[in-house]
Design a protein around this ligand. Structure first.
Ligand code: A3P
Length: 270
């Protein structure tokens, strides 16, 4: 990430590795913050019109990277909300020292791997990306993953989660009880205007079923400089445990070994 980005104490930074539910957490945080001024069911409401990736841009890809085509002033929310895929130790000092709020979304590594495999092979139709699923899983367990080794990425934020400005709701927490998680997120961000009735509205608006059926998410594209990604590639099943139908017993054993070796240090990880 170029050094121009200056974090501000009021900023909210969403962080995640890939395929852990980035699209969902962007939508949820956007909906919580914007519910102060918008009717979520108005057809003109931004989440009904454009992808969550347009509303909460990624720092190193959409704003400051070689593919970037936006600038930080284009972020319309206040407080400003940005997303990043970089691990904690690689965040700019201005983020780490500003005390701004950081929300990290981990996900079970088995479901994360399957989600990435399915996106690359079936959604993006890149059939030659890996020699085989076994090879892809081996690489994943050895630490070859976008934005750095998955286990290190998770551990980098998970270790920091006792700090008062860091919250780590897991994808599994969100699936188990989205309304409770939305309340926790709202309280963490200081969104006093979010009342009990709003919690289920936000949950419904951002549910897999609702979000994946928005026209922009079905047919639109995320356009970066020289690169575009179909928005529907960010939606597949939206479930916990889909690895059970996708991994063989051997693959599962290899994942368990990696989890034991590299993730047991971070304690009660799902
Ligand atoms: P699956 O492939 O397991 O279905 P990311 O946004 O980080 O790329 O993560 C994509 C994963 O999050 C995919 O998982 C996708 O289906 C799931 N997802 C996207 N939107 C979701 C939502 N609103 N609720 C639950 N899961 C969602």
């Amino acid at each position: 990430m170029r050094t121009e980005f200056e974090g501000h104490p009021d900023d909210i930074i969403l962080a995640s590795s890939l395929k852990t539910g980035t699209t969902w957490i962007k939508a949820l945080v956007y909906a919580i913050l914007s519910s102060k001024q918008y009717d979520l069911n108005d057809p003109a409401y931004p989440l009904n019109q454009v992808s969550p990736h347009e509303l909460v841009p990624n720092l190193e890809i959409q704003l400051y990277g070689p593919f970037s085509n936006l600038n930080p002033e284009s972020v319309s929310l206040f407080p400003r909300v940005f997303h990043t895929h970089v691990p904690y130790q690689a965040l700019p000092d201005s983020i780490k020292s500003s005390g701004c709020k950081i929300i990290y979304l981990p996900r079970n590594p088995k479901d994360t791997f399957v989600s990435m495999w399915e996106m690359i092979i079936n959604k993006l139709n890149n059939k030659n990306a890996y020699a085989s699923k076994e090879e892809a899983l081996k690489s994943f367990c050895e630490g070859v993953y976008h934005s750095g080794p998955f286990s290190d990425h998770v551990a980098s934020y998970w270790r920091e989660r006792s700090k008062p400005n860091i919250l780590c709701p897991t994808y599994e927490d969100l699936i188990a009880d989205p309304v409770v998680c939305i309340k926790v997120l709202s309280d963490f961000m200081g969104c006093w205007w979010v009342k009990q009735d709003d919690l289920s509205n936000i949950s419904n608006k951002c549910s897999f079923e609702s979000l994946s059926q928005i026209e922009a998410n079905k047919t639109g594209e995320l356009n970066l400089r020289g690169l575009s990604l179909r928005n529907d590639s960010f939606f597949r099943e939206g479930k916990v445990g889909s690895w059970k139908n996708a991994l063989t017993a051997d693959m599962n054993a290899e994942m368990d070994k990696m989890i034991e070796l590299k993730l047991s240090v971070v304690g009660d990880f799902p």
